[in-house]
Design a protein around this ligand. Structure first.
Ligand SMILES: [Fe+2]
Ligand SMILES: [Fe+2]
Length: 295
C-alpha cells in the first residue's frame, strides 16, 4: 500500500478539534493546584508492593525536570505560533506542567524522609538529559521529543482513568491516588498542545518519528534506571520482593499496564492527531466531576 502524502500545515490545523481552531479565545486549559500532604504516605504506597512502588516512584523522579523541559521546548517557539488559541493553550499547558513539577518535588521530600537516597540519581539524570542531550540536540528535535513524551503521558493517563472508572485501580493510597488522577486529567487536557506547536513549527513526518525515537529511549531508559536505583535500596527486603512476585504469579494479580506498543503504532500513523482519541476526554471530565476538582 502506498504511503499517504505528508499532511500540509493547513490540513493539520483543520485536523484539530473545531473548538480549538475557531471561535473566541477560551482558557480551555486551566491549571488547578490541589494540595497534597505526603507525610502519611507509607513507603510501599503502590498496592503495598515493593516492586510496583519502585517503578511508580522511578517514573515520578523524572517528572519535575522533565516537565520543565517540555515547557522550555514549547515556549522556545512561542513567536512562531500563529494560531491565537494555540498561544492561549501554551499558557495553560505551561501552568499545568509547572504545578505538576512542583507537586512531584514535594513528594521527593517524603521519599527522603522514608529513607531513600534519590539525589545522586537526580543529579545524573538532569546532567545527562538536560545538561548534555538537550544542549546538543536541535531545538526542533527537543520539541518533537516533547510531543512524543506528551503522547506517552496521555497514554498512561488514559489507562489510569479507565481503571479508576472501572473501579479497578490498584493504587488505593488516597494521597498518591489523588496526585496520580489529578495529573492524569491535566495530561489529557493538554495532550495536543506540543503536537500542534510542532506542526506549526515543522510538520515533517521524519521529525515526528525522530522525536518518538529520542523520547522512547530517554523515557524508558531513565525510568528503568530510576526504578532500579530505588529497588536496589530495598536490599534488606529482597525476600519480600521474591514473595510478592510469587504471590502475584499464584494469585494472577491483574495489573493492566498502558499499551505503549499500540500507542507508538498510533503515533506513527501519518494522520495521527492526539485529539482523535476523544474517549479519554470523557474519562477526564467524569473524574473531574466525581472528585470535585473544579468546585
Ligand atoms: Fe504533567
Ligand atoms: Fe504533559
Amino acid at each position: 500500500m502506498a504511503a499517504a502524502a505528508p499532511l500540509s500545515t493547513d490540513s493539520l490545523v483543520t485536523a484539530r478539534s473545531p473548538l480549538r481552531a475557531h471561535g473566541p479565545l477560551t482558557p480551555a486549559i486551566r491549571p488547578r493546584s490541589p494540595r497534597f500532604d505526603f507525610d502519611a504516605v507509607p513507603r510501599h504506597w503502590f498496592a503495598g508492593s515493593t516492586v510496583g512502588t519502585a517503578f511508580a516512584n522511578g517514573l515520578n523522579l523524572l517528572f519535575p525536570a522533565g516537565e520543565r523541559f517540555f515547557v522550555r521546548s514549547v515556549r522556545h517557539y512561542l513567536d512562531r505560533i500563529r494560531d491565537p488559541q494555540l498561544r492561549e493553550d501554551v499558557k495553560g499547558f505551561s501552568g499545568q506542567e509547572g504545578l505538576h513539577a512542583y507537586a512531584h518535588e514535594r513528594q521527593f521530600e517524603a521519599l527522603e524522609k522514608q529513607g531513600y537516597t534519590i539525589r545522586p540519581f537526580l543529579r545524573f539524570y538532569e546532567a545527562f538529559a538536560y545538561g548534555f542531550v538537550e544542549k546538543v540536540a536541535p531545538a526542533e528535535l527537543c520539541l518533537a521529543a516533547t510531543a512524543a513524551c506528551e503522547h506517552f503521558t496521555a497514554t498512561m493517563a488514559t489507562n489510569a482513568l479507565a481503571r479508576e472508572a472501572e473501579g479497578a485501580l490498584l493504587l488505593k493510597e488516597p494521597t498518591m491516588r489523588a496526585l496520580l488522577l489529578w495529573h492524569a486529567v491535566e495530561e489529557i487536557e493538554h495532550r495536543s498542545v506540543a503536537f500542534d506547536v510542532l506542526n506549526e513549527v515543522n510538520p515533517s513526518y521524519a521529525l515526528r518519528v525522530g522525536g518518538l525515537a529520542v523520547a522512547t529511549s530517554m523515557l524508558f531508559g531513565l525510568w528503568m534506571l530510576g526504578a532500579g536505583t530505588l529497588l536496589a535500596q530495598e536490599r534488606p527486603s529482597l525476600g519480600r520482593v521474591r514473595r510478592e512476585l510469587r504471590a502475584r504469579r499464584e494469585r494472577r494479580t491483574k495489573y493492566t499496564a498502558p499499551d505503549f506498543g499500540a500507542a507508538m503504532r498510533a503515533y506513527l500513523k501519518r494522520d495521527f492527531h492526539p485529539s482523535h482519541d476523544a474517549a479519554c476526554d470523557e474519562l477526564a471530565r467524569a473524574y473531574v466531576a466525581e472528585a470535585g476538582l473544579d468546585s
